[in-house]
Design a protein around this ligand. Sequence first.
Ligand SMILES: Nc1ncnc2c1ncn2[C@@H]1O[C@H](COP(=O)(O)OP(=O)(O)O)[C@@H](O)[C@H]1O
Ligand SMILES: [Mg+2]
Length: 462
Amino acid sequence: MSSEVVVEVSGLRKTFPIYDKPHHRLFQMFSRARRWHREFEALRDIDFSIRRGETVGIVGRNGSGKSTLLQLICGTLTPSCGKVSVTGRVAALLELGAGFNMEFTGRENVLLNGTVLGLERREIERKMPEILAFAGIGDFIDRPVKTYSSGMYVRLAFAVAIHVEPDLLIVDEALSVGDEAFQRKCFARIEALRQRGCTILFVSHAAATVIELCDRAILLDAGDMLADGAPKAVVSSYQRLLYASEERAGPLREQLLRDRLHSRDEGRLAESRLPGEESRKLAPPPDSSTDSVERPYFDEGLCSQSEVAYLSQGATIEDPRIETMRGAQVNVINAGERYVYRYRVRFDRGASGVRFGMLIKSLTGVELAGGVTARTEEALEWVGPGAGFDLRFEFTCRLSPGVYFMNAGVQGRLGEEETYLDRRIDVVMFRVMARRDRKTTGFVDLVETMEASPLEGNTETA
Ligand SMILES: Nc1ncnc2c1ncn2[C@@H]1O[C@H](COP(=O)(O)OP(=O)(O)O)[C@@H](O)[C@H]1O
Ligand SMILES: [Mg+2]
């Protein structure tokens, strides 16, 4: 990575006029004397710089100003205050609708887009077959873009963006539209561009993607820049904010903002003392030490909102939790480590044929793993009223990064039939931390070794 600054944003602020009635917009066009609108501040106090070769992820809740920021950087919007400067050729994949002319055909748009980006017409025509092959939209290339599905639109836009050899590639959540096979292909191309030294700025909701792909991340929230630093730390702040209750979210964002402004001002102070080093000081290199394995911890904000408690029938599940082997309660855990899922059960009625169970589910409800303390014929014959049990389910976390949910259940016989005496669905929510060195995919991490041995007679294998 070079020290050359490619994007420099300072004191940036963007306001949009809000008109209470549509005709007020018209009045405003003819009257400078009166103000017919209110101002909505979409971004304030934004400062950062990006060096050549950096891959920077922007995260934040909906409406936090991510798309506005990207548009200010590409120049499709102008700042209300402050400055944005960009060096080199910028290719951008903005939200659907921005970028292509809907009335023109795909082919015409490719030519237009390429020309706007400063390519010679001949150069674009030379690249056309490759662009078409990548987009894979067949005959649609000669039909107006307005007839495209959102998937086709993104395919073509992406094909253009990566074939114009940009210095800066900007991607705004566009990739989440395409199918997964296409997304993979895009990420592979982004990786190749990145290796050639292209600077990349992208917005993503996928925490794991930001951690795996980015050198650095920026957190925006309601127009404020709350963090700028190592992806892992920034994504972790973002997730805390995302899962925080309303009363906790306020103080949390105040704290993050204070910390960010404090470190910015410290940076400026250091800069004023050391003239000549400003380009280094403007963008401190991300702290790679925070990338090593983080210890598991408990995040109060990570709290299931989908819990379903069935009507208790004589037994009550209490205090379900995940603990480390040393007994500390956690809900943000590491892959590969051992944990205990615990809960207590109290019986206020006698029951026969008793057994206890657990189940881990994915965010989308797929049942990933589970177990019961006994097979039906080995269940506890009789449990008297007033009895209590401590349940411990030890497990090694073989899950990929992401959010998961735990169930808990007590089964027993009421009369002849086995039924749930108490059952809690999605009672514990937990997260497996993302890791930068991850090479496996899917929910479960089962693959232990991966080797590529060259066949005899290979040439040109480095
Ligand atoms: N042209 C516009 N006029 C008025 N408000 C806008 C306009 N564009 C965006 N906004 C508002 O600015 C805020 C930030 O929007 P946006 O940058 O699209 O957020 P994000 O991409 O993070 O979801 C939102 O509240 C949005 O409603
Ligand atoms: Mg957006």
